[in-house]
Design a protein around this ligand. Structure first.
Ligand code: S3P
Length: 444
């Protein structure tokens, strides 16, 4: 699929409901199989990645039934999963494969997990190593420096061992895989993270009654004295802030009469992009602030153009809190006065593409200077004049494709984004949403 974008001459405006958060959706699906009671999930996104987690749990014995605008998931409980009859295809989804490693590590059967060309290059040692310390059996392909899919997980011949483990990187996927395995371990598994990765798993597992305690950057699951029962009635999946970020940026850059994005998850581990935007001088207002189950939500509102954006520095915890939004923040930086520096974001190198290289290549296609660095990049802002219309190769990365499409609104002619099919992994309705706001963008 290609995206075609023409320069935006009118301000954007309108209300768009962004689909359910991808991270929370994966967890709603993958945790529900562990529940002893049926779980009603409302607001699940329609992205292909969540679809992979849905298929995975049905292959393991759960059933998913549609009920109006909700899905009712009947799980198997902790000890009722069955061996899948075929290898599980995780597609493009790193969250599906890494969380499944943890979910399956303690099962009595073996499961093969595989994915597409991008997923087959992504590093899995980060989950395999600590799960092996717990006594789990996992094997993958040796690809030089790391271990890559396909993976074979299990069988576990006895209960897993509890570990005390410090994660080498702030990673919610690794943390969650270990928390899931910890439910199958004997005793207290304790994890320490170097940075504030998203904490949806802690919130959602606690809601289901998991024996979990959070103490700043340490999270512990203690299975002694626990009845091994998880149960709940439902999850409400709020709108995805990572998808919202593209529309927020489009409204700030092209100008907006008023753009409203209701019920977006405003969990602080996800809203680093709002902090960065504020530091750049942009204004996003939060209205209707409330909660949806264990998550805070709000309507994000953008009014008027962001006048005089200025460069900023994104580093440390802020880089972790905005890790998936760095490609679109780079587009905002391209419009800001001065040089924006992103540091401490080496994790970008192992996302759906090497996002340090693909973000810089995308900006360069618009005539914007971007220097790739080992742990981030530096963007030289061009606050005045149009970007040079270019051709962007998204390299199969959904977030590069959407960031490029937003940049195209500011170009001096038609922009074409190639290899954009994977927009469907997180936000199949992206083009339609941009059109609703008045952007001239089409897909062919
Ligand atoms: C995710 C965690 C993040 C993020 C990814 C989704 C999750 O990765 O980049 O898109 O749902 O747990 P890390 O595991 O590196 O935190």
């Amino acid at each position: 699929m290609k995206l075609h974008v023409t320069p935006q001459s009118r301000p954007l405006g309108g209300t768009v409901t962004i689909p359910g958060d991808k991270s929370i959706g994966h967890r709603a699906l993958l945790f529900s199989i562990l529940s002893a009671t049926p779980i009603r999930v409302r607001g699940l996104g329609d992205g292909a990645d969540n679809g992979r987690s849905a298929k995975a749990i049905t292959a393991l014995g759960a059933t998913i039934a549609r009920d109006g605008d909700a899905f009712v998931i009947t799980g198997t409980g902790l000890d009722g999963m069955r061996a899948p009859t075929a290898p599980i295809d995780c597609g493009n989804s790193g969250t599906t494969i890494r969380l499944l490693c943890g979910l399956l590590a303690g099962q009595r059967f073996a499961t093969t997990l595989f994915g597409d060309a991008s997923l087959s290059k992504r590093p899995m040692r980060r989950v395999i190593e600590p799960l092996s310390l717990m006594g789990a059996k996992l094997a993958g392909e040796g690809s030089g420096l790391d271990i890559t899919p396909p993976l074979v997980v299990g069988p576990a011949l006895e209960r897993l061992a509890a570990i005390d483990y410090t994660l080498p990187m702030a990673s919610a996927q690794v943390k969650t895989a270990l928390l899931l395995a910890a439910l199958y371990a004997d005793g207290a598994t304790s994890l320490v993270e170097p940075g504030p990765s998203r904490d949806h798993s802690e919130r959602m597992l606690a809601y289901l009654g998991a024996p979990l305690v959070v103490d700043h950057r340490r999270v512990t699951i203690e299975t002694r004295g626990w009845d091994r029962r998880l149960a709940g009635s439902g999850f409400e999946v709020p709108s995805d802030p990572s998808s919202a970020a593209f529309l927020v940026a489009a409204a700030l850059l092209a100008g907006a009469t008023e753009v409203r994005l209701p019920k977006v998850c405003t969990n602080p581990t996800r809203t680093g992009f709002l902090v960065a935007i504020e530091a750049m001088g942009g204004t996003v207002t939060l209205e209707d602030v409330r909660t949806a189950g264990p998550e805070p939500i709000a309507t994000l509102v953008v009014r008027g153009p962001a006048q005089g954006l200025r460069a900023t520095e994104i580093a440390g915890d802020l880089a972790v809190r905005s890790i998936d939004e760095l490609p679109i923040l780079a587009v905002l930086a391209a419009r800001a006065k001065g040089t924006t520096i992103v540091r401490d974001a080496e994790e970008l190198r192992v996302k759906e593409s090497d996002r340090i290289e693909t973000t810089c290549a995308m900006l360069r296609a618009f005539g914007v200077a971007c220097e790739a660095r080992p742990d981030g990049f530096a963007v030289e802002g061009r606050p005045d004049g149009a970007f040079t219309a270019g051709r962007v190769h998204a390299d199969g990365d959904h977030r590069i494709a959407m960031a490029g499409a937003v940049a195209g609104l500011l170009a001096d002619g038609e922009t074409v984004i190639d290899d954009a099919d994977n927009v469907a992994t997180s936000y199949p309705g992206f083009v339609a949403a941009m059109q609703t706001l008045g952007a001239s963008i089409t897909a062919t």
